[in-house]
Each structure stands twice: as structure tokens, then as C-alpha cells.
Design a protein around this ligand. Structure first.
Ligand code: NAD
Length: 265
């Protein structure tokens, strides 16, 4: 399987979403509340991109910003109030250390948890679902395929293993204690979600790679540069960073918001 151009795919799906919203939801657009706590440069950038994406397809999105010293109790109270007015609500992570992520997420009803972070959420998390949908588009034939996922986080590796197993792939979920080389060689597909620039570069890779990693390194001019876990892989069958999995994640959030409106709005 050859990986297809992600930007083209994302633009096609966004155009379809925009069409659907214009056709079926013109009286009341689907809506999303984004909760951000404290100043965090990366979070602010992600939130800005999400607002831009929403505008593009016709989702009414609003950011609710709370100062760093907001207490967990206050935040939960605010979220419980916000959920009344929106089809979807999401909390931009990370939160300040004194606020438990589980407490904030639990304040969002499962029908509105469009990030899919609750265990009983009505939605699959955006990054894993985005990857699976994209691989369908690329024509990946799942049945009996050997997939190695590197990284077992609750937001990427574990839910992705579940989704891919449901597609009838044979999934090996690797982590920092795994003997990776035993698995990598025989894989039909590798997903790398470790978060270390160039992590995959020392392995001989014979299959497509979905690069989830987001890492900042200094380039030759001393400027900060965004790279994935499979760094400098020009010409190989690897999704790009930037302009790869990040776009799939952003797209899937939009799709989850529209689904929330259709199913529970
Ligand atoms: P994490 O940061 O919580 O954990 C990293 C995982 O890598 C752990 O499961 C750990 O066991 C594994 N790991 C560490 N060293 C390893 C080694 N030597 N061999 C094998 N496995 C090893 O994971 P996360 O939250 O899924 O994030 C991973 C990366 O993906 C980060 O760079 C993050 O920024 C990025 N990410 C990107 C998106 C996106 O939309 N593009 C979404 C989520 C996360």
C-alpha cells in the first residue's frame, strides 16, 4: 500500500463536512466549546487552529479561557455550565498540575465528549480514529495484517490498538520495555507514537509508517523545527510531520462534533 497525500484527503473530507452542515444544519450550526486553562504557547496554537478549522466548515466554536490559578472545583463547575449550550465540549491539554484531567473530562457528558477521552465516551479519540479512516482511504487491507504500534498511551496507542484489532488486523502494542526489532521487521504497517525525534531512523523499515510524534529540534540555523519520530525520511513511505497525523486529528475532531449534533443535538 502507498500512503496517499494527507492534505488532499483532509480537504476532501472537510468539503464534504461543509456541504453536509450547509445542507442539513443551516438553521442551527453544530457547536463546540474549547476550554483552555493557563498560558501555554503550544496549546494556544492548537486552539487557534481548531477555531480556524471549525470556521472553515461552518461549526460555531468558542474558546473559554481560564487563568492558571483556577481551581479544579471552579473548572468543573464552569464545564458543567458550558455543556448545556454546546453539541461538543473539549478541554485542551495539558492542564495545570493541580487540576486532575479525569475530573475535568468527567464533567463533560459522554454524548458531548468529542475528544473521546472518557472511557465510556460516545466517540472514538480523534488521533486513532483519524489514522484508521485515513488508512481506509489509502486502501489498506486490514484482514490478517501485522501492525506494530509503538507507544501505549491512553490517547493514542491503546485506543488505536482496539480500533485496528476491530478491523481484523493482528496488532502488537509496543512500549519502552519491548524488544522492538523482533516486531518491526515482520510488520505490514508501523505506527510510531513515542515522541523522540528520529526514534525510528535506526531500524530497517520495509513497510508504510504512520508517524504520530511531535518533536521540536534545533535546525542548522539554530531555529526550532517540528519533526516526527521518523526524521529525515524523504522518499520513504512515511506520513510527514508537520502536515500529517496532526491534520487527521484536527479533521476527526470536526467530524465528531458534527456526529454529536446529528446523534444527540
Ligand atoms: P506518551 O508521551 O504518553 O508516551 C510515549 C510512549 O512511548 C509510551 O507508551 C512509552 O512506553 C513509549 N516509549 C518510550 N520510549 C520507548 C522506547 N524506547 N521504545 C518503545 N516505546 C517507547 O504518548 P502520546 O501521548 O501518545 O504521545 C506520543 C507522541 O505523539 C508525542 O510526541 C505527542 O506529542 C504525539 N502526539 C501527536 C498527536 C497528533 O495529533 N499528531 C496526538 C497525540 C500525540
Amino acid at each position: 500500500m502507498e500512503l496517499k497525500d494527507i492534505k488532499t484527503y483532509v480537504n476532501e473530507r472537510k468539503a464534504a463536512l461543509k456541504h453536509k452542515i450547509g445542507l442539513n444544519m443551516k438553521d442551527k450550526a453544530p457547536s463546540l466549546a474549547i476550554v483552555q486553562v493557563g498560558e501555554n504557547e503550544a496549546s494556544t496554537r492548537y486552539v487557534r487552529n481548531k477555531i480556524k478549522d471549525c470556521k472553515e466548515v461552518g461549526i460555531a466554536a468558542e474558546v473559554y479561557f481560564y487563568p492558571e490559578n483556577t481551581t479544579e472545583f471552579e473548572l468543573v463547575d464552569e464545564i458543567e455550565h458550558l455543556v448545556e449550550f454546546y453539541d461538543g465540549v473539549m478541554v485542551q491539554l495539558p492542564l495545570p498540575p493541580h487540576i486532575r484531567v479525569e475530573a475535568a473530562i468527567a464533567a463533560i457528558p459522554k454524548e458531548k465528549d468529542v475528544d473521546g477521552f472518557r472511557r465510556d465516551s460516545c466517540f472514538d479519540p480523534a488521533t486513532p480514529l483519524g489514522i484508521v479512516n485515513y488508512l481506509d482511504y489509502c486502501g489498506f487491507e486490514w484482514t490478517g495484517k501485522e501492525v506494530t504500534i509503538i507507544g501505549r498511551s491512553d490517547i493514542v496507542g491503546k485506543p488505536l490498538a482496539r480500533l485496528m484489532t476491530n478491523k481484523d488486523a493482528t496488532v502488537t502494542l509496543c512500549h519502552s520495555k519491548s524488544k522492538l526489532s523482533n516486531h518491526i521487521y515482520d510488520s505490514d504497517l508501523i505506527v510510531c507514537a513515542v515522541g523522540q525525534a528520529g526514534f525510528l531512523n535506526c531500524y530497517p523499515i520495509h513497510c508504510p509508517v504512520i508517524d504520530v510524534g511531535i518533536n521540536f529540534v534545533k535546525n542548522d540555523e539554530g531555529r526550532s523545527q517540528l519533526v516526527g519520530d521518523a526524521f529525515n525520511t524523504d522518499g520513504r513511505n512515511v506520513t510527514p510531520v508537520p502536515g500529517g497525523v496532526g491534520l487527521l486529528t484536527r479533521l476527526t475532531l470536526l467530524e465528531n462534533v458534527v456526529k454529536a449534533k446529528e446523534m444527540y443535538g
